[in-house]
Ligand binder design. Structure first.
Ligand SMILES: [Fe+2]
Ligand SMILES: [Fe+2]
Length: 294
């Protein structure tokens, strides 16, 4: 079996994506669905429900009334914010482990992913586009391929790093040359396997080469922008950040300059500081990272 086939087979190592969230994502894409449809689906997952209630009743939200059901949480916190919390929480089960190949410690990739999710809202606002949960999800999961490819990158790290240096190419391009596949392409395969909507698959697959995407180009470009800004801040950059080639074309296309990037960073740092101050990452009862707001 060649190396690419071995790598593709090892995507089985990832846990399957929670059915409840898969269904929730399909509902979000469906214009006929309502917030109530979403509550109907989510309420069957006890751990999601329990966690949401705990978060909604924490000091972070400062709600005067105790929230005792998902329906109430939806009313008090709002649909989009509720889904963002659920998606951030659930993604920890795939992204919390250290990823040695990329020099990422425990929860580093998850922090990078949450930063990209937050940036999707910040950048959408600046571009006067409505923040979308599809974009948030794509930004949150864009590096999922690293969780599989990290094992192989670790074995070939010297070769990848040397090639990136010699040819002055990005770490991702060197990954592709040495391993035959890069984490973006592999992530796209994982997203296909998880039956994600096409726009999310495309954004994951092309987040380092948005010009190659044939469809949903705006979601792809915005995810690539979120990644560039997160990399500049150094949140969860790891080894990839050593030879990262941000796509300036995307910035030009959206008429964004250095000043805009600076503002995105300030806003992200504000929100991230708030996250760090009020969200304490620690191990939960099921051996995964939980976000707790104290
Ligand atoms: Fe990436
Ligand atoms: Fe990234």
């Amino acid at each position: 079996m060649n190396l690419v086939d071995q790598i593709l087979n090892s995507t089985d190592r990832l846990p399957s994506f929670p059915m409840v969230i898969q269904r929730a994502l399909q509902l979000i894409e469906d214009p006929r669905s309502s917030a109530q449809n979403l509550v109907d689906v989510l309420q069957f997952d006890q751990s999601i429900t329990a966690n949401i209630l705990k978060l909604c009743n924490s000091a972070y939200f400062g709600l005067r009334k105790t929230v005792s059901s998902l329906r109430e949480a939806l009313v008090m916190v709002g649909f989009d914010q509720l889904m963002e919390i659920i998606l951030s929480q659930e993604s920890a089960s795939f992204l919390q482990d250290s990823c040695k190949g990329y020099d990422l410690g425990q929860a580093d990739l998850w922090k990078h992913s949450v930063a990209c999710g937050l940036l999707s809202g910040i950048i959408s606002k600046r571009l006067k586009r409505e923040a979308s949960l599809t974009l948030f999800t794509a930004a949150l999961l864009h590096d999922i391929g690293k969780m599989v490819l990290g094992h192989y990158v670790q074995d070939y790290f010297r070769q990848i790093k040397n090639l990136a240096g010699e040819k002055q190419i990005s770490f991702t391009e060197a990954e592709k040359e040495i391993l035959g596949i890069d984490h973006a392409e592999l992530g796209g395969k994982v997203a296909e396997k998880w039956k994600f909507p096409k726009s999310i698959i495309s954004a994951i697959q092309y987040h380092h080469a948005p010009s190659l995407a044939s469809e949903e180009s705006e979601v792809v470009e915005l995810v690539s922008l979120c990644d560039i800004v997160a990399m500049i801040t150094g949140i969860g950059g790891g080894a990839d950040g050593l030879a990262y080639h941000g796509n300036r074309e995307v910035m030009k296309r959206y008429h964004l300059g250095e000043k805009d990037i600076e503002q995105f960073i300030v806003k992200l740092e504000d929100r991230f500081q708030l996250v760090n101050e009020t969200l304490d990452t620690k191990r939960g009862g099921e051996g995964r990272l939980w976000l707790t707001m104290s």
